[in-house]
Design a protein around this ligand. Structure first.
Ligand SMILES: Nc1nc2c(ncn2[C@@H]2O[C@H](COP(=O)(O)OP(=O)(O)OP(=O)(O)O)[C@@H](O)[C@H]2O)c(=O)[nH]1
Length: 309
């Protein structure tokens, strides 16, 4: 099996400027030759504004303050390096990586509230797997929202990806079951399931998700092999609570954070990781299929502090 990430190494560099935007002003604070007390105050404010949360903000500031106490001539880039190291150690272990090939098909269930970006992420994943020479198949399990099917269909046509869908109002677990069978018989490497984000109430939604799991397990006891929460990065610290609720109800195996291109609150993913220790697999950086990258601690931390590679 070809390495899954070969294509992405180039992509990572390309979108660094997008990340810079996402972090607003933090990086800019260290562009000067030396820092001063004002820089530290501004850093504190910027980290809170970006939703890094109390713990992470205090750890970063504490380390830079200590270095500044010892050396009043501390250079901007030195301070930025210190911040980078603190954040790198907070995020240690957070990079989710998959190597398709362990199961055929490898089943990925995308979960999350409406509008978080599940359907777009389904398309992005399908595109990514295709680019890497794998065969994806998509199951449109959001049978609740009428337009959802259409949206997935449009994406799959555009990307030339096979789709299993059903009528609006159909049993989503039945779609999942059929999609698995189709993926197996058509030799798909990866099955991506786009699930509903809203039902009449939360309990029903969780029941439906659990039913999808039970039904998949009739095919393969280990399925879904990945249950990823797709979370809107621009909602900031509210995302932590959202992740906790889904994790308790469904047992997530990872996170995908979307919309990091259009937000200055890109710090919340650190809070999610601190709290739930769920790996972050991908980040969404735009509306197009290629605006999608594996989460990289190095990239994230360096972009935040404006540290050059
Ligand atoms: N800027 C930006 N927009 C995104 C990203 N991901 C998704 N979107 C946009 O967010 C909106 C909602 O995305 P969907 O993929 O429809 O979200 P969903 O979770 O499937 O929502 P439902 O289908 O309503 O359940 C769309 O307008 C997407 O184009 C991203 O990474 N960046």
């Amino acid at each position: 099996m070809k390495s899954f990430f070969s294509k992405f190494k180039e992509g990572l560099k390309k979108s660094t400027p997008t990340f810079y935007k996402a972090f607003g002003k933090v990086g800019g604070l260290f562009s000067g030759k030396t820092i001063d007390a004002d820089t530290l105050d501004e850093l504190e404010e910027a980290l809170y504004m970006a939703d890094f949360g109390v713990e992470t903000t205090e750890e970063i500031l504490g380390a830079i303050r200590e270095a500044y106490r010892e050396n009043k001539e501390l250079r901007g880039q030195e301070a930025a390096q210190i911040g980078t190291h603190v954040l790198e150690s907070v995020l240690e272990g957070s990079e989710g990586r998959i190597e398709p090939g362990a199961h055929k098909p490898e089943v990925i269930a995308l979960i999350g509230v409406n509008g978080s970006g599940k359907t777009t992420t389904t398309a992005k994943l399908a595109h990514l797997f295709k680019e890497d020479g794998l065969k994806p198949l998509v199951g449109a399990c959001d049978t609740f929202r009428a337009a959802a099917n259409e949206q997935v269909r449009t994406w799959c046509e555009r990307l030339d990806v096979e789709l299993v869908a059903s009528q609006h109002g159909a049993d989503s677990a039945a779609v999942a079951y059929d999609a698995y069978a189709a993926a197996k018989s058509r030799g798909a490497d990866v099955l991506i399931l786009d699930t509903a984000g809203r039902l009449h109430n939360k309990a029903n939604l969780m029941k439906e998700l659990q039913k999808i799991r039970r039904v998949l397990q009739k095919h393969d006891e280990a399925a879904p092999h990945h249950s990823w929460l797709v979370i809107d990065g621009s909602i900031g610290s509210n995302s932590i609570e959202q992740a906790r609720v889904f994790h308790e109800a469904f047992g997530l195996t990872g996170i995908i954070v979307t919309k990091l291109d259009g937000t200055s609150r890109g710090g919340a993913l650190v809070g999610i990781y601190r709290e739930l220790k769920l790996p972050i697999y991908f980040v969404g950086l735009g509306e197009q299929p290629e605006d999608f990258q594996p989460f990289s601690i190095h990239h994230y931390t360096h972009a935040l502090f404006g540290v050059e590679d």
